[in-house]
Design a protein around this ligand. Structure first.
Ligand SMILES: O=C1O[C@H](COP(=O)(O)O)[C@@H](O)[C@H](O)[C@H]1O
Length: 232
C-alpha cells in the first residue's frame, strides 16, 4: 500500500503541521456531512499534537473524538488514554467536542468492549481521521506482538468494532478498535518521533511476519494511503 513520509525539524513543527492537516480534514467533513470523527492514539507521543489541535478554529460541536485503543482503567488512572485526551485535546476550542470513551465501568474488559462497539457504530464509518502511534515493539493501536487476540484484531474479515487484547508488553487488559475499523480512514496517519522509532519503522518496512511487528498490517494492507509524520 502507499505510504508518504512527512519529515519535520522538531516535535513542535510536527505538532503544528499535523494539527493543520487533521483540522483541514475535519473541516472538510463538517462541510460535506455536517459532522466529523477522529480516533486518536494514547501513549507519550501525541501530547503536543493534541494541544496544537485543541487550539484550531473548527465547529467542534460537530466533532466526535474517540481513541484507537485504551487501557481497561478509569479515566483518573495515570495510564488512561482518555485522561490524556481530556487533559490535552478536549481543551481550548475543542472543549465543545463530543468524546466517545472505549473504557466503561463494566465488570470485565469484554463487557466494556461490547458497550464501546455499540456506541462506535452510531458514529458511522469510516472515521474521517485516524492517528496511529507505534511502540518500539512494533505494535500499533493495541495490536501487540504475542497479543491474545492479535490474529483476530488484524484479520481484515473481522468486523469493525472494539475487542479486548492482553499481552506481556501491554500492562493492563486493553480495548482496541480492529484493523478493519481503522485502515480505511479518510486521513490515515502514523505519528512517530525520534531516531529509535524511525529505526523500528525501517525494520517494519522490511520483510517479515506481521505477527512479529503488527504495524506491518497497516503498512502493507491499509486501503487508505498511510501518511507518516516524523520528527527527530
Ligand atoms: O500503548 C500504547 O502505545 C502506543 C505508542 O505509545 P508511545 O508512548 O510510544 O508514543 C500508542 O500508539 C497506543 O495508543 C498506546 O495505547
Amino acid at each position: 500500500m502507499s505510504t508518504t513520509l512527512h519529515t519535520f525539524e522538531n516535535g513542535t513543527a510536527l505538532a503544528e503541521g499535523l494539527a493543520d492537516a487533521v483540522s483541514a480534514k475535519l473541516a472538510a467533513a463538517i462541510e460535506a456531512r455536517g459532522a466529523a470523527s477522529i480516533a486518536v492514539s494514547g501513549g507519550s507521543t501525541p501530547k503536543a499534537f493534541f494541544q496544537a489541535l485543541s487550539r484550531r478554529e473548527l465547529d467542534w460541536t460537530k466533532v466526535t473524538v474517540t481513541l484507537v485503543d485504551e487501557r481497561f482503567v478509569p479515566p483518573e488512572n495515570e495510564r488512561s488514554n482518555h485522561g490524556l485526551v481530556a487533559a490535552n485535546l478536549l481543551q481550548n476550542k475543542a472543549t465543545a467536542a463530543k468524546f466517545l470513551p472505549l473504557y466503561h465501568a463494566a465488570a470485565t474488559a469484554e463487557d466494556a468492549a461490547v458497550k464501546a462497539s455499540r456506541s462506535a457504530a452510531a458514529v458511522g464509518a469510516p472515521f474521517d481521521v485516524v492517528v496511529l502511534g507505534m511502540g518500539t515493539d512494533g505494535h500499533t493501536a493495541s495490536f501487540f506482538p504475542g497479543g491474545t487476540r492479535l490474529k483476530e484484531a488484524i484479520d481484515p474479515a473481522t468486523p469493525r468494532g472494539v475487542i479486548t487484547m492482553e499481552a506481556d508488553g501491554a500492562g493492563e487488559p486493553r480495548l482496541t478498535f480492529t484493523f478493519s475499523s481503522l485502515e480505511d480512514a479518510g486521513l490515515l496517519v502514523l505519528h512517530i518521533e525520534g531516531d529509535g522509532k524511525k529505526e523500528v519503522l525501517a525494520r517494519a518496512e522490511a520483510s517479515g511476519d506481521e505477527a512479529e511487528m503488527p504495524i506491518r498490517a497497516m503498512l502493507r494492507r491499509a486501503t487508505s494511503p498511510l501518511q507518516i509524520y516524523w520528527a527527530p
